[in-house]
Design a protein around this ligand. Structure first.
Ligand code: SF4
Length: 337
């Protein structure tokens, strides 16, 4: 058996990495064994600002360990999985098992194109109840078509040896047997490796966020899967959301930055107070004058000091000005999602 460093060709491994500490530790455990490690991160662009910040942080962290990382936006390709996950959702609209499978399958095609011999992930047995139990990990190995080629260096000693170990591309004895939700081992390992400046685990992506998930579920229930697009998923991240009734969806900017983001959405009705002292409001599904007044009264409610009537400018299928009373609190609360 050829040991690490005794092979004729350099061994290249692809590491599936995220902004959390675990995937960095996993990549380092393998890089420290004379293996060329290249990282890939899959992104959803549902929260563009947060994604940008995440990329910057990751770049700094992985650069400091000399591990190159490629960022790939999978939002569009992932959409069918998000709408119809064969293994179901977690607590929000996070289809974690299918998401892992999707990313690992994609990584499998990347491995081939870059000549990588195996895949590394930062998964830890028992860390996440839905996607990191042993049976789920075995299922992912099998269903991804990469059985034996997915190495989880942090938990390797609790799992059967993989091909990189049996072939001697990596030394199993230098891998770890971490399990469970505690972070102690990982923090100790990071200290040993001189890794600083990592973020504490965020506990999942935007799809796990209860407020966000509630909005997406509401949209799916009312509008159906066909209407759920990447721009809609981006919209779900911004502002206050109200459903005055099954046909009408209204989004209210909470501050300047959100107003600016909402302005960039096309195909919606737009409302704002005539004196510009208030939010930008998007609406769709408006058919009648009553519908327009409904969105205008929501706009008036969030426009500066309370007063009886306000002049609200609108544009959409037509444009104009409506003079309306602000919507009352009780109705507002009933419509909010
Ligand atoms: S938390 Fe989000 S990114 Fe992570 S596996 Fe689940 S759905 Fe995918």
């Amino acid at each position: 058996m050829a040991g690490p460093g005794k092979h004729n060709h350099p061994v290249i491994a692809l590491a599936l990495v995220s902004s959390g500490l675990d995937s960095l530790l996993a990549a380092r455990l393998i890089k420290d064994q004379d293996v060329e490690v290249q990282g890939v991160t899959y992104l959803f662009s549902f929260d563009i600002q947060a994604d940008r910040e995440r990329q910057e942080k990751m770049r700094a962290l992985f650069d400091s360990q000399s591990i190159p990382v490629r960022f790939i936006d999978i939002s569009e390709a992932f959409l069918p999985v998000l709408k119809d996950p064969p293994h179901g959702y977690g607590s929000g609209v996070n289809p974690c098992i299918d998401c892992h499978l999707f990313m690992i399958r994609h990584a499998g095609t990347l491995m081939e194109s870059m000549g990588a011999r195996f895949l590394i992930t930062g998964e830890v047995v028992g860390q996440r109840p839905m996607s990191q139990t042993k049976p789920v990990l075995f299922h992912i190995d099998k269903a991804s078509g990469l059985r034996g080629l997915i190495l989880r260096p942090l938990s390797a000693l609790r799992l059967p040896p993989t091909i990189p170990e049996t072939e001697g591309w990596v030394d199993r004895e230098k891998l770890r047997g971490i399990a469970g939700r505690s972070r102690k081992e990982q923090i100790r390992l990071a200290r040993q490796m001189g890794i600083h400046g990592y973020s504490t685990p965020a506990g999942g992506c935007i799809l796990t966020d209860p407020e966000y998930a509630g909005r997406v579920k509401m949209f799916l229930r009312i509008r159906g899967k066909e209407q759920l697009t990447v721009p809609v998923l981006r919209l779900m991240r911004v502002g206050r959301h109200l459903w005055p009734h099954e046909r009408i969806h209204v989004v209210v900017g909470r501050h300047e930055e959100e107003n600016r983001i909402l302005e960039s959405f096309e195909g919606y009705w737009k409302f704002h107070p005539e004196d510009h002292k208030g939010p930008l409001v998007l609406a769709d599904g408006l058919l009648s004058d009553e519908d327009i007044d409904c969105a205008a009264s929501i706009t008036a409610r969030y426009s500066g000091p309370r007063r009886d009537e306000r002049r609200i400018v609108f544009e959409g299928a037509r444009r104009g000005v409506r003079v309306v009373r602000p919507l009352d609190e009780e109705t507002l609360e009933a419509w909010r999602v």
